[in-house]
Write a protein that binds this ligand. Sequence first.
Ligand SMILES: Cc1ncc(COP(=O)(O)O)c(C=O)c1O
Length: 454
Amino acid sequence: MTIHSSILSLIGRTPLVRLNTVTHGIEATVLVKLESMNPGGSVKDRIGIAMIEAAERDGVLKPGDLIIEPTSGNTGIGLALAARLKGYRCLFVMTDKASQERVRYLKALGADVLIVSSAAKMSSPEYYWNTAKRLAEELPGAVMLNQYDNGANPAIHTETTGPEIWEDTDGTVTHFIAGIGTGGTISGTARYLKSMNPDIQVIAADPLGSCIKTYKETGVLVDASPYLVEGVGQERIPANLDLSLVDDILNVTDLEAFTMARHLAREEGIFCGGSSGMNVAAALKVARTLPKEAVVVAIVCDTGERYLTKHHSDEWLKEKDLLEEAAQLSVRDAVAAKHQRGSLPALVSLPPQATVQEALALMSSYELSGVPVVESDHVLGVVRENKLMASVIANRDTLSTSVSELMAEPPSIIDGHEPIETAIAKLRTEPLVVVADFGRPTGILTRHDVLEYL
Ligand SMILES: Cc1ncc(COP(=O)(O)O)c(C=O)c1O
C-alpha cells in the first residue's frame, strides 16, 4: 500500500513537462516545472509548511497561535493547508487586486481574510504589508512569518526545488527561468543549481512596470507602475531576493503573459496563471537564441483555475482592453455577442415549405434582408427580401409559393471555431454567412453584425 500520512507529504516532487507546441521554431528543449500540481495548486505550498516548521523550531510559533500574513493569495493557501493540520489559526491580508477565487479558497480552508486597497502606497499605514505587520504586533498570540524576509522561504527551494530540477534533467539543465514575488523561488533554486553547475544561467521574468529590472541594471529604485499579472514584480527589493544569483532580467508585458497562459492551456493542456505565462514567455525569448543542446526550465507557479474570472475570461480581457490580441476572436464569439446584444434569436431560419408571405413577415419583424432556408440542420439555400419582393410585385400569387422555389444557392457555412477573419473574408462577397457548431447551424452573421462586434 502507498498511503500518504497527510496532504502535506504531497507537496513538492512536481513533474517536469516538455513544451511541444508553443516552442515552434525553437531548437532547445523547453521544460516547465508544474508547481500547479502541488496540493494547494501553487509553488507556495512549499514555503507554507517550511516557514511554519522553521518558526516551530525557533520557538516563535506555539500551539493555538494566529498566523498573520500579507499575501497575494497563494502563500495564504500554502500556509492555511499546513496551519490547519498543525493547529494554528490564520488571518491573511490581501489587496483588492487578488482574485475572488483566491479569497474564497482561503476562507474555505478556514482562514480569515482582510482585504485592503491596492492603491495604498508603501509608506501608507493602509498598505497591505503594513496592515499585516501592525495586526501581528497588536493581536495576542499573532505571528507574521513574512515570506519576504523569512530565510525558510528560499531555503526550501534550495533543499527541494533545485535538487528536483537537477535530478529530473540528469544535470543537463542550462537555463532556469522564474518570476520574482518574494524572490524565494528564484534565489533558493538558483543557489542549488549554481552550486551544482555555476554555468547555469538564471533569468528572471519581471512584469513591465516592476522596479526590479531597472534596479539590477542601474542600482536605481524607480517608482513601479501598475500591471495586471498577479503575485510577481515589486516596488521594492525583497530581502529574500539575491540578485547576485540572477544573470539577467527580462520584462514581460501583461499582454504577453496572458496570451502565453492562454496558449499553454489551449495548445499544451497546461492550465496556469499569468505569472506562469510570463515565465514561459520569457523562457521562449531566451530559448529562441539557444542551440538544441540547451535545456531551459521555467516555473509554472500556479493553476489557471484561480483566474477563471481574470485572464481566462474573455469578458475580463475585453474590459482590460487585452482581448483583441490576447485571444483569437472566433466566429462563435461574434454570434454570442450578437445574441447578447439584442432580442434577435441567433439563428433566424425558414423551413423550405414556408410561404413567401411568411418569409416576408419574418424578415420584416426582425428587419432582415436575407434568411437561410434550413431543414433538419441542413442549409438548403437563402431567400433575399429584394428578390421575393420583386417576384410578388410581378405576380401577386407568389405570396403563397413556398420559399424552396425561390431560394438562391446556400450561403457559406463557417464553423464556429474559425477565426473571425474567415467570416470577414466571406462577407466581402456575400451579404450573410451561416455559422455552424459541429455541423449544426447556430447563427447568422451579416456585415453589419461583424462591424458592430469589432
Ligand atoms: C502567482 C505567483 N507566481 C509567482 C510568485 C513568485 O514566487 P516567489 O515569491 O518565490 O518569488 C508568486 C508569489 O507570491 C505568486 O503568487
